[in-house]
Design a protein around this ligand. Structure first.
Ligand code: GSH
Length: 206
């Protein structure tokens, strides 16, 4: 059986939560680098359903949209909770992650110099929502990890890099961040030369 292929830029961006989920769940995959931006535009962009990556190929299944990829892997690997109620909580928190990631990405790419400080000032209000949601249980769904955990952890990593003390006043998500960080599979991913060679964002801002 051919390995899953992940086509993306060589950055964390919207690829790293997907990579982390796969490594933490012992999925062997092949990383396909889209190359320079010119190469991306010429070779890859026209083939993508929405003109963007990440793109994941698993046999005859071809997916774009990072959250659809995470959800596909979640269904395949039993990372989507045990019932509709759990799956819905995983979706709800993942959508919250997506909203904050969109805001973060917009600031990073469109308004870093003027937008960084106001973004950091507004963070406690946003983080409080996750703090409230994560007050009980080790993971988003309690004791069993789900796809949202990889996405939330990845976003928290971006935020801690931007503002190292941002989790200090939030004991539940601070402990959650440590718990995720200490998972052997996550440590394994972070110890790879591939991971160590990646910037967080394509423009180098973080
Ligand atoms: N909603 C999409 C957004 C994808 C996206 O913004 N991709 C960027 C890289 S992170 C991209 O392909 N940029 C190159 C381009 O738009 O030509 C997702 O979640 O996958």
């Amino acid at each position: 059986m051919a390995k899953i292929q992940l086509v993306y830029f060589q950055v964390w961006g919207r690829g790293e939560a997907i990579r982390t989920l796969m490594v933490d769940n012992n999925v062997e995959y092949e990383e396909i680098d889209v190359g320079t931006f010119d190469n991306w535009v010429k070779e890859w962009k026209p083939k993508m359903a929405f003109g963007q990556c990440p793109f994941l190929k698993d046999g005859d299944v071809e997916i774009v949209q990072s959250n659809a990829i995470l959800r596909y892997l979640a269904r395949k690997l039993d990372l989507y909770g045990s019932n509709n109620k759990e799956a819905t909580r995983a979706d709800m928190i993942n959508d919250g992650v997506e909203d904050l990631r969109t805001e973060y990405t917009r600031m990073i790419y469109q308004n870093y110099e003027n937008g960084k400080s106001p973004f950091i000032e507004g963070l406690p209000g946003k983080l409080q929502c996750f703090e409230n949601l994560m007050k009980s249980g080790d993971y988003v769904l309690g004791s069993k990890i789900c796809f949202t955990d990889y996405n939330l952890f990845d976003l928290l990593e971006c935020l801690v890099t931007l503002s190292p003390a941002c989790l200090d006043k939030f004991p539940a998500i601070n402990a959650y961040h440590d718990r995720m960080m200490n998972r052997p599979g996550i440590q394994r991913r972070r110890a790879t030369e591939h991971f160590k060679g990646l910037k967080i964002n394509y423009n180098g801002k973080q």
